[in-house]
Design a protein around this ligand. Structure first.
Ligand SMILES: Cc1cc2nc3c(=O)[nH]c(=O)nc-3n(C[C@H](O)[C@H](O)[C@H](O)COP(=O)(O)OP(=O)(O)OC[C@H]3O[C@@H](n4cnc5c(N)ncnc54)[C@H](O)[C@@H]3O)c2cc1C
Length: 150
């Protein structure tokens, strides 16, 4: 049964029934925009477009992708961008640059973003800050939350 509303006291389901809960954790996952289905380009199981190193969409001349719709390699070690601001923002910069370069007939730049961090904020319980794709814990407790927000 689909969840249709978040309530202060739990969730409401499609049939109108409610499940009471003090804490609701969303684990439904994410999916790329349905616009990605309009091209013939290859997509991953999340609907993200396969792209070349410069974020040009595979099989679609002069089309570039960035952000949640993009399956982009972040480094030479097999890591790919997450559907997250951390990657969407940088990809946007590269894609914008490369669209302009393409229009002007100049060389495009390969997208690279090897530095990766995660920050899990647990509210009053503190936070965890990790670095690297193996998520090496660098900070825990109340301080990471303050440092990352600052
Ligand atoms: C609830 C939630 C919490 C999140 N929390 C975090 C977080 O803590 N940290 C983190 O790193 N990431 C977080 N994310 C993920 C992050 O928001 C996305 O990865 C990021 O915003 C992707 O950027 P984007 O530019 O690809 O897409 P978006 O930011 O979604 O921008 C796409 C834009 O295109 C517009 N649009 C869509 N379809 C059309 C159309 N057909 N025509 C015209 N305009 C259209 C949309 O209205 C939107 O403005 C969260 C996402 C959600 C949903």
């Amino acid at each position: 049964m689909k969840v249709t509303r978040l309530l202060g006291s739990g969730v409401e389901l499609a049939d109108g029934s409610r499940i009471a809960a003090g804490t609701v954790i969303w684990t439904g996952g994410m999916r790329a925009s349905a616009l990605t289905e309009q091209g013939s380009g290859q997509r991953d199981p999340l609907g993200r477009l396969h792209v070349a190193l410069d974020l040009s969409v595979t099989g679609a001349a002069h089309v570039y992708a960035a952000g949640d719709v993009t399956l982009a390699a972040t480094d030479d070690h097999g890591n790919h961008a997450m559907m997250a601001c951390q990657h969407a923002i940088d990809m946007g910069r590269y894609a914008g640059h490369n669209v302009a370069a393409d229009l002007l007939g100049l060389p495009t730049m390969p997208y690279q973003q090897p530095f990766y961090v995660t920050c899990l904020d647990l509210g009053g319980a503190g936070a965890v800050y990790t670095e690297g794709w193996h998520r090496e814990v660098k900070l825990t407790g109340a301080d990471p939350a303050r440092s990352v927000v600052a």
